[in-house]
Design a binder for this molecule. Structure first.
Ligand SMILES: [Zn+2]
Length: 279
């Protein structure tokens, strides 16, 4: 296995052979396109989304304008990214994992955030972007992030707050800033939790787009009365106008205290930055 860090068996934390298989508990692991799949009993067909995966955005974690990630890269931290999706970043510092393989993915290994295949205290910085809402038990993932971090190491997580249902392939929990901070409170000192400026404003427009689709369904139904259809036509038009204008002024609004206070209640994502406590 070509890996930037030592991986271990996620079931027992025993050493892995090249197969890969666990030298301690004997579990054998598969691979997809040469990328080890370190998830016991994984259904390779179910996690391989290269033919069916939704249109995920491509990004580079070093160019997101997220200060704590930039700082960790600049320090030369050993970095783990959970749910790396289509992160194209390529440096020896960042180990990129995801539980699914999307079209164009460049992962180091496939792993489950609930059972990470890394020894205790093997990273200086762990982060995830828009992943926690897709975890069936995010409190377990937060505990695993703490386990693989050295004491004093830091975690950064960005999670959906007011976002509608979205892929890929499941969406379980959105978080408030209090809820996300609480996930990290047991094992970390939480330095900050709040609305995130790193989720694009277009996410806030999705409910308006869905309302437009509701309006259009009525507008185009010839069986509906003409007054109802006219009202639906007006609603579609007004929402289209509203979403365009909101997108234009969102940054200006957030720059003002009253605008920020209002946006905080409907922000598309929240984030937490926390430092691993000494055991
Ligand atoms: Zn094992």
């Amino acid at each position: 296995m070509l890996l930037k860090t030592t991986a271990v068996c996620p079931a027992c934390h025993g050493p892995l052979s090249d197969a890969p298989a666990c030298a301690r508990c004997g579990v054998a692991y598969g691979s997809l396109d040469g990328v080890p799949v370190l998830m016991p009993g994984a259904d390779l067909g179910a996690i391989d989304l290269r033919a069916t995966g939704g249109a995920l955005p491509t990004y580079d974690c070093a160019h997101m304008g997220i200060g704590v990630i930039d700082d960790a890269l600049a320090r030369g931290d050993r970095i783990l990214e959970l749910g790396a999706g289509l992160d194209v970043h390529d440096s020896g510092n960042v180990v990129k994992t995801d539980a699914f393989v999307y079209p164009g993915a460049q992962l180091d290994l496939v792993a489950d955030a609930h059972a990470l295949p890394f020894p205790d205290a093997s990273f200086d910085f762990v982060f995830s972007l828009a992943v926690f809402e897709h975890l069936h038990s995010p409190w377990i993932a937060a505990r695993e992030m703490a386990r693989v971090l050295r004491p004093g190491g830091a975690a950064y997580t960005l999670c959906a707050f007011l976002q509608p249902l979205h892929g890929y392939p499941d969406h379980y929990f959105n978080a408030t800033e209090s809820g996300l901070g609480r996930l990290f409170a047991d094992d970390f000192e939480v330095l900050g939790a709040g609305p995130s400026r790193h989720c694009p404003h277009r996410e806030s427009l999705v409910p308006l787009h869905r309302m437009r689709e509701m309006a259009v369904a009525v507008r185009d139904d010839r069986a509906a009365g003409w007054r109802t259809r006219l009202r639906a036509w007006r609603l579609d038009h007004a929402l289209g106008r509203a979403s365009h204008e909101l997108f234009q002024i969102a940054d200006d609004a957030i720059a003002r205290p009253a605008g920020f206070a209002a946006w905080r209640q409907i922000a598309p994502a929240v984030e937490v930055h926390a430092v691993r406590r000494a055991a």
